[in-house]
Design a protein around this ligand. Structure first.
Ligand code: ATP
Length: 269
């Protein structure tokens, strides 16, 4: 169905509680939640609701998770699309998809549109070898014109994720488009501990598991990597026939992940 195609979720149960760390980002994004919950408050005083927010950071740090949590906190529907999908389409299909996506969101406003991997279509226009990609440019132009076409009182907010803000077409960053940027960085040690705890929730974790130590020995890992570590440890425990996940299972899982990385057979996030 069309709704499924666009990744529409009517009821989103994710909230900020599911997102560990990112305290500053959450504080900034609370304002977006408030816009979506009480658009009238802003419209009445003549303030324009922001249309676009860029979430900037490396893969797997929780940009999708945070966007979904905003929808969950505000109680509004979530429409998501990955911009890289447009690259494989015939000319004209991407643009018409964008049109229907925005149309549906407007019909269900207040709502959130989430565009993952914006950089795949958002690169500077005309910068491609051999004159650029027609489909890409048409899709990008359609996004720009949809955002320009929002009425002042349209409470649809477009969130977009990228890890390459430097290569984006400057037209995307103009006022009234993605004019706000929130940085979603790799977690600190303390945040890695919090993320591990989120993903250990509800799992039979043995009392010998030292979460702080795990946080110390996983520098550079993203939220997605840590989630994977907890799952690999659980698999290891099951493989060995345990009914609880022990510290040794975490160590084995981590060794395997590191070995995979060295061999280049496994990629983090
Ligand atoms: P990408 O840019 O590759 O899409 P992303 O930044 O959008 O990555 P998510 O897809 O949101 O990352 O993260 C993947 C998964 O990793 C999430 O579903 C979640 O389970 C886990 N995760 C990432 N960051 C966090 C976090 N801060 N707290 C809890 N879980 C996290």
């Amino acid at each position: 169905s069309r709704a499924r195609q666009y990744g529409k979720e009517r009821r989103v149960s994710t909230t900020f509680k599911d997102v560990a760390g990112h305290t500053e980002a959450k504080r900034e994004l609370m304002e977006v939640v408030d816009f979506l919950k009480n658009p009238q408050k802003y419209i009445a005083i003549g303030a324009e609701i922001p249309k676009g927010v860029l979430l900037v950071g490396p893969p797997g740090t929780g940009k999708t998770l945070l966007s979904r949590a905003i929808a969950g906190e505000a109680g509004v529907p979530f429409f998501s699309v990955s911009a890289s999908e447009f690259m494989e389409m015939f000319v004209g299909v991407g643009a018409s998809r964008v049109r229907s996506l925005f149309e549906e969101a407007r019909r269900n406003a207040p709502a959130i549109i989430f565009i993952d991997e914006l950089d795949s279509i958002g690169r500077k226009r005309g910068a491609g070898i051999g004159g650029g990609h027609d489909e890409r440019e048409q899709t990008l132009n359609q996004i720009l014109s949809e955002m320009d076409g929002f009425e002042k009182d349209t409470s649809v907010i477009v969130l977009a994720a990228t890890n390459r803000p430097d290569i984006l077409d400057p037209a995307l960053l103009r006022p009234g488009r993605f004019d706000r940027e929130v940085v979603i960085g790799l977690p600190t040690m303390e945040e890695r501990k919090e993320i591990l705890l989120v993903h250990m929730r509800g799992k039979p974790i043995a009392s010998d598991v030292e979460v702080m130590e795990l946080a110390q020995i996983t520098p550079g890992m993203s939220g997605a990597d840590l989630k994977n570590l907890v799952n690999e440890a659980a698999l290891q425990a099951a493989r060995e026939g345990y009914n609880q996940i022990h510290m040794s299972h975490f160590r084995t899982a981590l060794d395997k992940i590191m070995l995979g990385l060295e061999r280049g057979t496994l990629k983090l996030s």
